[in-house]
Design a protein around this ligand. Sequence first.
Ligand code: G6P
Length: 365
Amino acid sequence: DAAEKGGYEHYMRKEIHEQPSALRQTLSSRLDVDRGEVDLDLDFPQGYLESLEEIQFVACGTSYYASQYTAQLLEEFADVRATVTIASEYEFEGGRDPWRTLVVAVTQSGETADTLGAIRRAAGAGARTLAVTNTLGSTVTRETNDTLFIRAGPEIGVAATKTFASQVATLALLTVAIGRGRGALSTADARDVLEDLRALPGAVQQVLDEEEQVLAAAREYQDSDAFFFVGRRFGYPVALEGALKLKEISYDHAEGFAAGELKHGPLALVSDQTPVLAVLTTGADGDETRNNLTEAQTRRAPAIGVVTAGIRTKSLDWALEVPAVGVFEPLVANVYFQMFAYHIANLKERSIDKPRNLAKSVTVE
Ligand code: G6P
């Protein structure tokens, strides 16, 4: 067991630290930065991408947040309408030609019953389906028209970590493929996105090297009443994922909000006992979010902000820096949130790899 954990005390920490190599595997030989092209080995029929009307994501848990991240990438870079629905709530609604709707099941395990149910409803109604999964031979791969593997390697910890990063990276490649296929993304713009993607493993490594800082913050705030995570745009799903991670493994109360919503209710809960963790990077409308964070600080909330390196930030209790990688900065910010959740839970001696009441893969609806 100890050998399998490669010297780490928990699988979760090992998997957090595996993210640079997992991401390299995810991206390996799939992108050609100079040409602004990607190769995903997907055989969409001739003319399919041009005629595509909508992409609908179905997913649960962490995979749902990866899908929310991607829907924004698709709207920004591929000029296609993208919706995201929690799999257990999904009913297929397509236009007159359901085949022109691509329904994408994002599922690490490929076995989540809610997600399988949703994809079956979509396929039954005549939509084209695509699985995005980490698991070769999983059920979802047999029930969809195409499969895209995220190649993160096995994930043992119940709380998803490296698979979230690899899901978003894979789906970013898909975004570029669709944008190029639809003629919506120029070579130059594709190159910019792919350059940022290529820089992602190194950027994540730089954040991992700051673990001591995160441990110190976790020590300072471990006894808080609750933890709030806020973000905008690409930072919003990351705020939700940050809160999910913390509640899953520490059993503390943690909630994620769209930063602009703080003032519409959650501020009533804010005190000096509720740290607010904010994504303030590029791709997350940092300035507006900073203003929302200030409103919480006025109510004496400790403020932990993840910022783009080199951008001056005033009056944060903790400023955690991520290297400049454009729209992927919130994804890198998430690595700070993973480490924060891990250390809070570890200080409390929680059962990190197998939290109470949770399963790695939920095979009942
Ligand atoms: C379970 C796990 C979560 C995971 C979710 C979806 O609830 O505990 O970590 O995000 O299922 O799993 P999937 O395999 O479909 O991505």
